[in-house]
Write a protein that binds this ligand. Structure first.
Ligand code: SF4
Ligand code: SF4
Ligand code: SF4
Length: 179
């Protein structure tokens, strides 16, 4: 059984009224997570995206959470302070019903890692209008978290099936051993 450990858990509060859709948060996240770091700034590689509907004056920054292979049946339309928000606007799930949070070259899902090694998340630092606020609370959490490779592997298995993925891995590792 996984051990529980006390940990500072970060979350990011979003003030919807302050956002103007400048997308500085997307650029900061994408460039910070580029390999090598800061070598590119393609927003489609960002783990935070701003859902924008200008006609509805809607600007919602959401962070990538978990991957799912099918859309949910729990779509909701929220009305906040009299304004109606689009379906899915507040959902960070990496979901096939929309083209968000998929690494553009590989199609693998992206996930926000809360910039845990940094004093403050890069998207929070970059936001010029203080819409994003990082909040830390002490919680007991399981001492296991899926690494990015595991999330990517799960999506490959969903897409191609475990046998095909296993065959490819075997072929690749044999190739490595022969080098
Ligand atoms: S984006 Fe989220 S709310 Fe929308 S269908 Fe997918 S899982 Fe459901
Ligand atoms: S917390 Fe870090 S990883 Fe998450 S969206 Fe912000 S910059 Fe990207
Ligand atoms: S940086 Fe701030 S103001 Fe700009 S899009 Fe992101 S959340 Fe909105």
């Amino acid at each position: 059984m996984a051990q529980l450990e006390k940990k500072l858990v970060r979350t990011i509060k979003v003030d919807l009224d302050k956002c103007n859709g400048c997308r500085a948060c997307e650029i900061a996240c994408a460039s910070f997570h580029a390999r090598p770091k800061y070598s590119s700034f393609n927003p489609s590689r960002s783990r935070i995206r701003v859902v924008i509907d200008e006609r509805n004056d809607e600007w919602v920054a959401i962070r990538a959470t978990d991957y799912t292979k099918a859309g949910c049946d729990g779509r909701r339309t929220y009305t906040i302070n009299g304004k109606e928000y689009s379906e899915c606007s507040f959902c960070g799930t990496v979901c096939p019903t929309r083209d968000l949070f998929k690494e553009p070259d590989s199609g693998l899902p992206l996930k926000c890692d809360m910039c845990e090694d940094e004093s403050e998340p890069l998207c929070v630092q970059a936001c010029p209008r203080d819409c994003l606020t990082c909040v830390e609370t002490e919680e007991f959490v399981e001492d296991v978290k899926p690494v990015e490779a595991e999330i990517g592997m799960k999506s490959l298995i969903d897409k191609f099936g475990s046998k095909k993925v296993a065959d490819i891995l075997t072929r690749m590792t044999q190739g490595e051993q022969n080098n």
